[in-house]
Design a binder for this molecule. Structure first.
Ligand SMILES: C[S@@+](CC[C@H](N)C(=O)[O-])C[C@H]1O[C@@H](n2cnc3c(N)ncnc32)[C@H](O)[C@@H]1O
Length: 376
């Protein structure tokens, strides 16, 4: 059993832990910045392929006390690099130091790199670094050093369907988290009335289809020794869940209505392109409409959206106008819940009602809340 860490941004750690438990991982625990679990390489491959809200999956190579550079060097050198790294491994080292005696990140990185290379020289005099990449991270918190290998490579939000970004797109991982924080459940109608480039409806459709978000991409560890079979197994399982979804659903294979609307036609072109690239053209529909004119035919459903905050796009006035439009939309749809991510500090005041739930999250550097109003 190996210890792994699924890193996740502030506010999403609990959701990442829940996802890990849902995947059957052992010893799952959430902490600031992520969730840990233990398992084998196949479990790590499962985590990379299936996690919707985490940023990356790191394998813990070792932890040890490090108050001095000597301790850092010796502690790193003592780790099992000879069994982990092939002869031609590329070994970039990144680092971070938090409230630590050893404060210089660049010195720590250089020492860790030197210790690994020193160890590998026991096997061969020259380390060519021409093969697969093994990104090492040294993280020092207080007196404790944790050395990890990044098994993911490109961060997990890179699902492969988004090739072009609109003005203020939502990260895929955060969009998937908002969907999971909402009252929407697979089978229920969902509409994002300010969908921009379509991230929320697309992530919801992937959840509805039980499609693992990482099925269409590769990961750094896929080419590591001993990992190829692990990925083959994890991909086979994820494929089976996706392909058998209609057999194990209670509500037959009825396709729910998942849609997005926006007043900006150019953003919708991108949304359609992303849906096409995610093979969801027939699963998600987009229409060019102002949210003030939206009237959904379904009796019940969930609105989920990411309106302009007034910080990045337009100004405060535009942001508040959008919030008022959402209030009216909710009033016209008593059977629908509404979930809105916003950084506007006076969101509830402008919306005119207190939210039933409002967990805090970060959208990049912006502190936001995810306001949910249950169906009334
Ligand atoms: C922050 S962006 C949404 C980004 C989106 N979540 C994505 O992943 O790309 C806000 C969007 O709200 C749209 N918008 C603002 N007011 C609107 C209104 N009254 N009706 C429809 N769309 C509106 C803007 O055109 C913009 O695309």
């Amino acid at each position: 059993m190996v210890e792994f860490i699924a890193s996740a941004s502030f506010g999403l750690e609990g959701i990442a832990a829940r996802e890990l438990r849902g995947l059957g991982m052992k010893n799952v625990g959430a902490f600031n910045g992520g969730a840990s679990f233990s398992g084998d390489y196949t479990d790590a491959a499962r985590a990379n392929i299936n996690l919707r809200c985490a940023d990356r999956v790191r394998m813990v190579v070792g932890r040890f006390g490090a108050r001095t550079f000597d301790q850092l060097f010796e502690g790193t050198k003592a780790l099992p690099w000879l069994s982990l790294l092939p002869k031609d491994a590329r070994i970039p080292v990144s680092g971070k130091c938090v409230r630590a005696q050893l404060m210089s990140v660049s010195d720590c990185q250089a020492i860790v790199k030197k210790a690994i290379v020193d160890k590998l020289r026991q096997r061969a005099a020259v380390i060519p670094e021409t093969g697969a990449t093994f990104p090492v991270e040294i993280s020092i918190r207080g007196d404790e050093a944790t050395v990890t290998l990044d098994t993911t490579g490109d961060a997990l939000n890179r699902r492969g369907y988004r090739t072009w970004n609109g003005e203020a797109p939502l990260r895929e991982t955060l969009a998937a988290a908002i969907v999971q924080l909402s009252d929407w459940r697979p089978g229920l109608a969902l509409h994002d009335p300010m969908c921009g480039t379509g991230t929320i409806p697309i992530e919801a459709a992937l959840i509805d289809q039980r499609r693992a978000p990482g099925l269409a991409r590769s990961f750094a560890s896929e080419s590591w020794p001993g990992w190829t079979e692990a990925y083959a197994q994890a991909r086979m399982e994820a494929d089976a869940r996706f392909n058998n979804r209609s057999f194990d659903r209670n509500d037959s294979d009825r396709q729910p209505s998942i849609s997005g609307g926006d007043s900006d036609a150019a953003a919708l072109d991108l949304a359609r392109r992303h849906a096409r690239q995610a093979n969801l053209t027939d699963y998600v529909s987009f229409f060019n409409r102002d949210a003030s004119e939206v009237n959904m035919p379904e009796h019940s459903g969930a609105f989920i959206c990411n309106p302009p905050y007034g910080v990045r796009l337009g100004g405060e006035k535009e942001a508040e106008q959008a919030i008022r439009v959402l209030y009216e939309l909710r009033k016209r749809h008593p059977g629908w819940s509404m979930t809105v991510i916003s950084a506007h500090p006076g969101f509830e005041r402008v919306f005119g009602a207190r939210a039933d739930r409002k967990p805090r999250v970060y959208n990049g550097r912006l502190e936001c809340a995810v306001y949910t109003y249950i169906a009334h």
